[in-house]
Design a protein around this ligand. Structure first.
Ligand SMILES: [Zn+2]
Length: 272
């Protein structure tokens, strides 16, 4: 083997590693909001396997946060900071879950409680105690959603807080503005009545409508103060709502603690 061959092989290897892990990105400031969906092992036939993180990996990620000085906070902490009442800890991070699956209760909640961490769940009101009805079961098997007793137990524990993720998980951009407004206002009202807590946070299903001025205006008019997008990244903090919704950091199934670190520090873990 020639020196030239070894040098080019080393260069190619470094390039591949750099595409896989975006260690070369600059460290960026901003609010760190992690997004998870399902904690468990994907069922056969799932085409959205990336949205499943195993309990072992989730536990290891929460333990990593604790060990590296990160402080997990709740929506109410974010609201107080946004209103200037109490600043966030320097290394604050929000752990969020979209949709409200039963596995958030049976796995995530128990792991968070055990490790002294906090989490936040965006709930789809009409699927509480049912299944993920908005998915076609041929492409994404139906799994159980948390029921009301589980949601209440999590809220009362102080470990988990909730936000709205609409009534039925529609693509808000495909609805009439009137129907979209109903999804936004009705879910806020129903969730507040069911959980006895103010719903100040909202996440757009599929991220749809987050950048549609009319849909977003409707979300803010419904009374949500903190709205979260589906866009990968960190949002400058203090946050100016006029600049758009709050971006989030998606944790995928194959990702480890190095990815988690790159998400938190640089706003992305990979080139692609
Ligand atoms: Zn969702």
């Amino acid at each position: 083997m020639t020196k030239e061959f070894l040098a080019s092989a080393a260069f190619l290897g470094a390039a591949l590693v750099s595409a896989r892990w975006a260690w070369w990105r600059r460290t960026t400031p901003g609010l760190r909001v992690l997004v998870y969906h399902k904690i468990g092992t994907p069922p056969a036939g799932s085409k959205l396997k990336d949205l499943w993180v195993t309990p072992e990996k989730f536990r290891s990620q929460v333990a990593w946060l604790n060990a590296h000085g990160y402080v997990t906070v709740l929506f109410s902490d974010l609201l107080k900071a946004h209103r200037g009442e109490k600043p966030l800890p320097e290394k604050a991070v929000l752990i969020t879950f979209d949709d409200g699956y039963e596995n958030n209760y049976s796995h995530a909640y128990k792991i968070l409680r055990e490790l002294g961490a906090k989490g936040n769940i965006f709930v789809v009101y009409n699927t509480i105690g049912k299944v993920n009805l908005w998915h076609n079961p041929k492409t994404e098997p139906w799994v159980n959603m948390a029921d009301l007793a589980m949601l209440r137990e999590m809220r009362e524990s102080g470990v988990i807080e909730f936000g709205s993720h609409t009534m039925n998980h529609p693509n808000l951009e495909k609805l009439t503005l009137e129907d979209a407004a109903w999804e936004l206002t009705e879910s806020k009202k129903q969730l507040e009545a069911a959980l006895g807590a103010e719903m100040s946070a909202f996440a757009y299903p599929y991220g749809a409508g987050a950048y549609s001025p009319a849909v977003r205006a409707s979300a803010l008019k419904a009374g949500y103060v903190l709205d979260f997008s589906f866009k990968q990244g960190k949002t400058p903090w203090p946050w100016n709502p006029d600049s758009g919704p709050i971006d989030r950091l998606f944790i995928k199934r194959g990702e480890g603690n190095l990815d988690l670190r790159l998400h938190l520090e640089r706003g992305a873990s990979r080139l692609f």
